[in-house]
Write a protein that binds this ligand. Structure first.
Ligand code: VNL
Ligand code: MN
Length: 380
């Protein structure tokens, strides 16, 4: 433990010294304002890839749910943000989520203050997935239209992942096609289960097929665990981002690997946040226990699906040891930087990656290069 810590701190200081040197040299040549703002650090383009927003219509509909459906997992957080009496944390999340709708300059100011070039935006969890199908379909369209407006207005500051209503797979596919072909959005977000069902189920295959055909990644963002798994998370308020989100979403990813569904969609790209929702840490054991010879539905090793079909982001996990593990385990070209705005603050997320004890090349890939490639964001 102490050896690991010392080794890491050593590597960390060396990297910081190297960065300061490069930054000074770059400033001498370019003298760019943002490089100076960044305190002499190298001026990477920074694309944050899991950045949340809401719109008043969806906030209102979620507020209605908090008044009518107390029994649903994850309601405590929803009530904090969308209920009538909001504690300071809920109010802070709410203002951040609705800042684009109120005045995009507010969010841009935060981004500018910390050298963040772009937010890849997504409608915040649980998206439209708790609504009845008709409400969900129509609110998804409204949210995607609004998102596309912001992207059109600020094309080098915002990109977007479209929302759809898995409750109605056929209309979901129509909206997915519109979102990419007409609105020009960069991929899709889905907040894990829908009515306690997962995307490997046959009825959802058209959604996977559409994402693959449109060459648009599907970001599986967390929500509270489904009804069948939530019981032990209810005590101690564990359903949310502290633990429930990761277990729910990691399980969703493992279902995609172990069901064999990805044999049908070999070119689908799935993105997981939160340093891969613990799946990278489990790959060795998944392969050992989940080898095809063990007689499940998967034709390949779980890690073969993971390597072929999955990307991860650093959202909400500012741990340099976890980052270095993931770089060694799955490769820096499969990792993208994220903040998790507004749930997590911008400054520490930027500092984490600025100071990460990794190579310059890997840092550039994680800060922006991989996001440009995977989400089709124009290189600066
Ligand atoms: C939280 C974090 C919530 C990340 C989120 O969605 C999220 C949280 C509702 O800290 O409660 O994407
Ligand atoms: Mn998030």
């Amino acid at each position: 433990m102490s050896i690991n810590r010392r080794t890491l701190l050593g590597a960390f200081s060396a990297a910081a010294a190297g960065l300061a040197g490069l930054g000074n040299a770059a400033m001498g040549v370019a003298g760019s304002a943002r490089a100076q703002e960044a305190g002499g650090r190298r001026n990477y383009r920074r694309i944050a890839t899991e950045e949340a927003f809401s719109i008043p219509e969806v906030a209102e509909a979620l507020g209605h749910i908090t008044r009518t459906a107390w029994d649903v997992p994850g309601m405590r957080l929803l009530d904090m943000i969308y209920g009538e009496e909001r504690p300071p944390l809920g109010q802070r999340f709410r203002s951040g989520l609705l800042d684009l709708a109120a005045n995009p300059a507010d969010r841009l100011q935060t981004m500018d203050a910390h050298g963040v070039d772009m937010h890849l935006l997504s409608l915040t969890s649980p998206g439209v997935q708790m609504f009845d199908a008709d409400t969900a379909v129509s609110l998804a369209r409204v949210a995607n239209d609004r998102l596309a407006d912001w992207v059109r207005q600020y094309p080098d500051r915002f990109a977007g992942l479209a929302t759809f209503a898995p409750q109605d797979p056929e209309r979901a596919v129509q909206e997915m096609e519109r979102a990419v072909n007409t609105l020009g959005l960069n991929g899709f977000v889905v907040n894990s289960h829908t009515n306690d069902e997962y995307l490997d189920e046959r009825k959802y295959w058209p959604i996977l097929e559409a994402a693959e055909a449109l060459n648009a990644p599907l970001y599986i963002h967390p929500r509270a665990p489904s009804a069948g798994m939530v019981a032990p998370f209810q005590d101690y308020n564990l359903t949310g981002a502290v633990w429930g989100y990761g277990m729910e979403t990691g399980t969703h990813a493992v279902r995609l690997m172990m069901s064999g569904v990805l044999d049908q969609f070999p070119d689908l790209t799935v993105v997981l946040g939160h340093m891969g929702e613990a799946v990278p840490f489990w790959l060795w054991r998944l392969d050992f226990m989940g080898a095809p010879s063990r007689g499940r539905a998967n034709k390949r090793l779980p890690s073969a699906y993971f390597d072929r079909n999955f990307m991860i982001t650093t959202s909400g996990v500012e741990d340099p040891i976890a980052l270095r593990y993931c770089i060694e385990k799955i490769g820096a070209d499969r990792i993208m930087w994220a903040i998790d705005y507004p749930y997590q603050t911008t400054e520490p997320a930027v500092r984490f990656m600025n100071e990460a004890p990794i190579s310059e090349k890997n840092k550039a890939a994680i800060f922006h290069g991989n996001a440009e490639r995977v989400f089709g964001i124009k290189a600066a």
